[in-house]
Design a binder for this molecule. Structure first.
Ligand code: GLA
Length: 340
């Protein structure tokens, strides 16, 4: 019997930067997914108390995106990438809200890969699961979600340089809490719009070279929309280091400015916000004890992340999780109940 655990993630800063090799600052959270089971037979068969239909995946699956039910695609993506030598029968359980923008799919992929016997460094695990996600969803996603889930560090955010894939743990102040607030809006447009944004960034890079090293002075030759997309990425990369520095210094004023400017940039230049997200960010930012709030992840719905003074009460009508920066994915020992 094996039990594998993988956390979800929330991103503090650096959205839509990973697919052009930029900087990100996510943390693995205490909500996540467990896969429990044993090697058996020839198929990978998983069931979930949340899903009516099981995921049944042949070991030689070659079109993960064609499988039903849709959650089976993520399992199939991992099976296709990993090529396990035997089948597996087990159960998937999760404490993550599914499809809310906390990377429930990355947590599923990482937990499945570990349960099926992946054995190697966290970065390789993340790369395999990123490829699995791309195959399952057709979205040309970056590596942030899978790497945060695989390599999280307790009490810290991870500054990841998505060009070198170097990771640096950034300590979070003890008196600040990370709160994730659900907008209630599900990310329906996310798939096609994400690919469109990624194409805009590629178009910018084809003209002015890697956005990771470009500066605002390089933007002039770009046409309006592509220029705004590139301006978001260049400024967002800078904000990752600005927020990391402000966190280490405990500088609330700077945190507030950088977080507000990131949301504006995602709203106006990258155009991935919605009225619901904007209203939620404004409401949180005006709440006593909230240092700053911004949309987090891909956008088009999903969640807002806020930094708040520890213990700050939040309006009761909000669906919010006070998340704990947690260690990354692992196989749980017999007597380890995991973080749940
Ligand atoms: C999704 C993708 C990530 C990243 C974020 C936006 O979560 O899977 O790779 O691009 O959107 O920052």
């Amino acid at each position: 019997m094996v039990r594998a655990w993988a956390p979800g993630r929330v991103n503090l800063m650096g959205d839509h930067t990973d697919h052009t090799g930029g900087l990100v600052l996510p943390l693995a959270i205490d909500l996540g997914t467990t896969v429990t089971g044993r090697t058996n037979g020839d198929l990978v068969e998983l069931r979930s108390p949340l899903e009516a239909q099981r995921a049944v995946v042949p070991r030689d699956v070659d079109h993960p995106a064609a499988l039903a039910p849709s959650w089976a695609r993520y399992v199939a993506g991992v099976v296709a990438e990993l090529g396990p030598s035997t089948g597996f029968v087990g159960v998937v359980e999760t404490t993550l809200p599914v499809g809310a923008g906390l990377s429930s799919s990355a947590a599923l992929e990482v937990a499945v890969a570990l349960a099926l016997g992946f054995d190697g460094p966290a970065l390789e695990l993340a790369r395999l699961c990123q490829r699995a996600e791309q195959r399952a969803s057709g979205v040309p996603c970056g590596i942030m979600d899978q790497l945060a889930s695989a390599a999280g560090v307790e009490g810290h955010a991870l500054r990841i340089d998505c060009t070198t894939l170097e990771q640096e743990a950034v300590p979070l102040p003890d008196d600040i809490e990370v709160v994730v607030v659900d907008s209630g809006e599900r990310r329906e447009l996310a798939t096609s719009a994400y690919a469109e944004r990624a194409r805009d960034c590629q178009a910018a890079q084809a003209e002015i070279g890697p956005l990771r090293v470009a500066t605002p002075g390089d933007l002039a030759p770009l046409s309006d929309v592509v220029r705004r997309r590139a301006r978001h990425v260049i400024s967002e990369n800078e904000r990752v280091d600005e927020l990391a520095t402000a966190l280490v210094a405990g500088d609330r004023g700077r945190m507030a400015e950088v977080i507000a400017s990131s949301h504006r940039s995602l709203r106006d230049d990258f155009e991935v916000s919605t009225d619901v997200l904007d209203a939620l960010v404004d409401r949180l930012a005006a709440t006593d004890g909230v240092i700053g709030a911004r949309l987090t992840g891909a956008g088009f719905g999903g969640c807002v992340v806020a930094l708040v003074e520890r213990g700050t009460p939040l309006p009761e009508d909000l669906t919010a999780w006070r998340v704990i920066p947690s260690a990354g994915a692992r196989i749980l020992d017999e007597d380890d109940t995991g973080p749940q």
